[in-house]
Design a protein around this ligand. Structure first.
Ligand code: 3HC
Length: 289
């Protein structure tokens, strides 16, 4: 593989573009507008500059890496890609529309993948030209730091697709795990009930935000507490994944906590909106309850 297409220049898409460019791939990156891609490139440039300041990267490498990332104005620009990874928002209709559009411009060798955190791969495969060359490639946030990719094959995915994408993933320096196409795959199936339970505990008055988070951070040695992590992931994304788990398994243990639903309805979506369980507008996050 030489050229990777990334559709969606949000935190996941930008991260995938960054690590791919750092590994030497040519990257075509798109979003709703070229301005959004340019904004993502500025963010990537800042992260790379931090690496330079820490002595982990040479200053001239920053321009080389950024130079490998080209904004794609239209899905027809993705024609030369060996692999196209969709990292748009976690809405099935959005993802389907993207695959239906980009699928018209790819050749018979191009592999398509989705970074979905929980939508069934076999269902999304109905929107791609060849389900044999399609699978889930689930990165973790922040992509440049987290050393894991979860690979999920759909019912029709062939071994050659899995093998090629596994080689790509390893070339980024990531560890690879394989999951069945079951709701939440491996990691979110385990992580989201913890975040959801933290929301139940907060809603039921078991403890305040700071103590729930410190309990997991210090008592369990997690790098951040579940409510902080939820704010990082986005409470809307957490709720979407809880709903997929709940609806996909039919198991009541996955029902979303009322408080999580309420926060999403209030537009308190976490760090990206300045408020979730924490107020993120100041220099340090401040717990809100
Ligand atoms: N982008 C790039 N690099 C980042 C970063 C970001 N957003 N945030 C932190 N870093 C880098 C720092 O620059 C630093 O790099 P260095 O080792 O070269 O100096 C390193 O990460 C450690 O950062 P800090 O010292 O500032 O802070 P921490 O030690 O607290 O680490 C963290 C930050 C790595 C984010 C850590 O808190 C962590 O691991 N948190 C949990 C993250 C997690 O669980 N992610 C998975 C979420 S679930 C998911 O993505 C699935 C989805 O489907 C929902």
């Amino acid at each position: 593989m030489k050229t990777i297409g990334v559709i969606g220049a949000g935190q996941m898409g930008a991260g995938i573009a960054q690590v791919s460019a750092q590994a030497g791939y040519r990257v075509l990156l798109s979003d709703m507008s070229v301005e959004l891609v340019e904004k993502a490139k500025v963010g990537i440039g800042k992260l790379l500059a931090r690496n330079v300041a820490k002595g982990k990267m040479l200053p001239e490498e920053v321009d080389t890496v950024l130079g490998r990332i080209t904004p794609a104005a239209d899905h027809s620009d993705f024609a030369p890609c060996d692999l196209i990874i969709e990292a748009a928002s976690e809405r099935e209709s959005t993802k389907r529309a993207i695959f239906e559009s980009v699928g018209k411009h790819v050749g018979p060798e191009t592999l398509l993948a989705t970074n979905t955190s929980s939508i069934p791969i076999t269902r999304l495969a109905q929107s791609v030209p060849d389900p044999a060359r399609f699978m889930g490639v689930h990165f973790f946030n922040p992509v440049p730091v987290m050393g894991l990719i979860e690979l999920i094959r759909g019912l029709a995915t062939v071994d050659a697709t899995v093998d090629a994408i596994e080689i790509y993933g390893r070339s980024l320096g990531k560890n690879i795990i394989h999951a069945d196409d079951a709701p939440g795959f491996i990691v979110n199936r385990i992580l989201m009930p913890m975040i959801n339970e933290a929301c139940f505990a907060l809603g039921e008055g078991v403890a305040n935000i700071a103590d729930i988070d410190m309990g997991c951070r210090i008592g369990l040695n997690h790098p951040m507490g579940p409510l902080t992590l939820a704010d990082f992931i986005g409470l809307d994304t957490c709720l979407d994944i809880c709903r997929v788990l709940h609806e996909g398994t039919g198991d009541q243990k996955f029902r979303p906590a009322p408080l999580l639903i309420k926060y999403v309805e209030a537009g308190w979506l976490g760090k990206k909106t300045g408020r979730g369980f924490y107020d993120w507008t100041g220099p340090e996050p401040v717990p809100t309850r």
